[in-house]
Design a protein around this ligand. Sequence first.
Ligand code: TMP
Length: 218
Amino acid sequence: MALEGHRGVFITFEGVEGSGKSTQASRLAEALAERGHDVTLTREPGGTPLGERLRQILLDLGERGMTQEAELFLYLASRSEHVASVVEPALSRGGVVIADRFGDASVAYQGGGRSLGAALVERLNEVATRRVKPDVTFLLDLDPGTGLSRLSRRGSGEKDRIESEEVAFHERVRDTYLRSAEREPERFVVLDGALDADSLARLVMAEIDKLLESRRKG
Ligand code: TMP
């Protein structure tokens, strides 16, 4: 599982809206930082000043009319900046990078949700990521209806541009994530997003312990 050309460890969290991935990403970051690791917790879209500006545009309900292709390219633009200025530098100094969403999100949302096709998005991801791939990807799998109702219970205000898509869109996102996980079982760890946060954190930590142990041996 070693990343060619990189010494660090790259961990990503993925899932439908309300799947609990952000909570797990920050809990893992905290736990690894406590153990003395050099941890970078980051997110997409975002993670850089330009990325955060692109995030505002992408989630803005006022941008409802944007074409699917423009949407895809804006996510890829954010990813390119993120890889070049955050992910690669942290990995090359031997750090642990934890990203709340990465390339698999574009495959699931734009490839699947928007029906642009997984293969096209995977090819464009190779350009945006300079072929930097996560060592491990946690997919918090959850029924999209349950995830969306968690969001409204949280009372986090008005839904953003993507959250307000119809349930069928979010179903396609979930299915595409699951198909990606099937294609790359050595990278993906699929967890039940319906589990409570403490149980999920324990499962995540057990996987990371295995990964770090194999790095020490390797
Ligand atoms: P968040 O829910 O993790 O904050 O992500 C923001 C939204 O952007 C979420 O609805 C998923 C969506 N998204 C895509 O559609 N494509 C992508 O490539 C990424 C990274 C996120």
